[in-house]
Design a protein around this ligand. Structure first.
Ligand code: 5RP
Length: 217
């Protein structure tokens, strides 16, 4: 199976988690795109979705699912999203699609976070995937210097402006042995909007497609 077929397969496996849930949270990325495609078949049962990016909002509208404002709907029952890395504690690196801040907001506002990914995303220790950090544009160089002090090598994701009009630094060479602590430290750097470490609020359920089987933990 190709990586995209694995993404499609795991997206399909997440459908039972949104059965009879009126309003759902929706993440961003190629795995979630497959999930939205499947949702189109169930749109009669779905009141709407809170979306983590302009790209997902556009796709949701295209398949006929109303996009709702989180402020108007309150706590969400279920949030479905992908990840760039997943450790055995269900802690994640996210933000490869530059949507980390809205993704983290929806995860925080949801009772159950269902993470869907192909098997290549599983790791023992987070950090081989460069850690995305969303920053206020004028703080980019300052934040980069602070990240170097933490042992990382930040690289500006040029030509990328987030949906919140900010910039992304991708931090290479981090061996993240204490994810909750590092999440706190990076979030406390002035000028950081959000770090793509989802450790204090990890996923609740992870579905991973490995060949023919779906691993759930
Ligand atoms: C976007 C994300 C995505 O969930 C992550 O990049 C995984 O994407 P894909 O499903 O395309 O592999 O965090 O900001």
């Amino acid at each position: 199976m190709t990586q995209d077929e694995l993404k499609q397969k795991v997206a399909h496996a997440a459908l039972p988690y949104v059965k009879n849930v009126g309003i759902i949270g929706i993440g961003t990325g190629s795995t979630v795109r497959h999930f939205i495609d499947y949702l189109a078949d169930f749109k009669a049962d779905i009141e709407g979705a809170v979306s983590s990016s302009e790209a997902s909002s556009e796709h949701l509208r295209k398949v006929g699912i109303p996009v709702l404002d989180l402020n108007a709907v309150g706590t969400l029952e279920v949030y479905v999203d992908g990840a760039d890395e997943i450790n055995p504690l269900k802690q994640l690196i996210k933000g490869g699609g530059a949507a980390l801040t809205r993704e983290k907001i929806i995860a925080a506002a949801s009772k159950q976070f269902v993470c869907i990914a192909d098997g290549s995303k599983r790791v023992d220790v987070l950090g081989a995937f460069p850690l995305p950090v969303e920053v206020i544009p004028m703080a980019r160089s300052y934040v980069a210097r602070e990240l170097v002090k933490l042992g990382g090598q930040p690289v500006w994701r040029e030509n990328c402006v987030t949906d919140n009009h900010n910039h992304i630094l991708d931090v290479h060479n981090l061996n993240i042995v204490e994810p909750i602590k590092l999440e706190q430290i990076i979030n406390n750097i002035t000028g950081v909007v959000c770090v793509g470490l989802f450790a204090a609020r990890p996923a609740d359920v992870v579905l991973v497609s490995n060949g023919e089987e779906i691993l759930t933990f």
